[in-house]
Design a protein around this ligand. Structure first.
Ligand code: SF4
Ligand code: SF4
Length: 201
């Protein structure tokens, strides 16, 4: 069956002032180790995004099986070099199916990348060494091979919908070995039924 399309959203990029303010002193645990997603301040929430851009790739949902497949096609607003939304403030006005991430959507979306900081925290895990909040550098997510930098094949504006299946890839749903996070406490990942439709974010 032909794929249908939808997409999801990524939060704003981490801001240095947020990282410094929220990381905490040596005597305090950083906020992401102390608070559940629902208790984060807006600044903490936004700073949690690692800037990988994986969620802004178009995904395909199989209309029969519901299975979701990543593609390496980027949302039209994704800056493939910076791996950031080029118009974050107006993204949902410009991209109608860009999904706003909330604690509830994080828990319900089945396709969030395993490296996604929101997914990790929702599952009771810790952030990895390459997360900007841990490393102190926005470039570490690229250096670790976690971001989409250099891996986007095309923008959605360049590909016909019927050709989307030709761009299906598996890497966005996998964590690079060098980027594996530490386990804080194990939980069984909640995996609702797979879908199959283009999703980005
Ligand atoms: S996958 Fe998660 S951490 Fe990466 S850009 Fe999207 S929301 Fe941010
Ligand atoms: S790049 Fe696209 S999918 Fe990602 S936040 Fe912006 S509008 Fe949403």
């Amino acid at each position: 069956m032909p794929p249908s399309s939808s997409r999801s959203t990524s939060p704003a990029r981490p801001r240095p002032k947020d990282r410094g303010a929220e990381a905490g002193s040596a005597a305090e645990k950083p906020f992401w180790k102390e608070k559940p997603l629902d208790a984060l301040t807006p600044a903490e929430w936004e700073s949690l995004c690692d800037g990988c851009g994986r969620c802004c790739l178009v995904k395909l949902e199989d209309e029969d099986s519901g299975e979701i497949h990543f593609t390496d096609i980027a949302c039209k607003l994704l800056d493939a070099q910076k791996c950031r939304c080029s118009d974050y403030a107006r993204r949902r006005r410009r991209v109608h199916d860009c999904i706003k991430l909330t604690p509830a959507t994080v828990r319900s979306l089945t396709w969030l990348p395993p490296s996604c900081a929101y997914r990790l925290i929702a599952e009771g895990r810790d952030l990895a060494w390459w997360h900007p909040l841990v490393s102190g550098s926005a470039s570490s997510v690229h250096e670790a091979g976690v971001s989409v930098q250099g891996r986007v094949a095309a923008s959605e504006t360049q590909v016909e919908l019927e050709d989307y299946p030709d761009y299906i890839v598996t890497w966005p749903g996998k964590a690079p070995p060098q980027a594996k996070p530490k386990t804080r406490r194990e939980k069984t990942p909640t995996g609702p039924a797979n879908k199959r439709q283009p999703v980005r974010g």
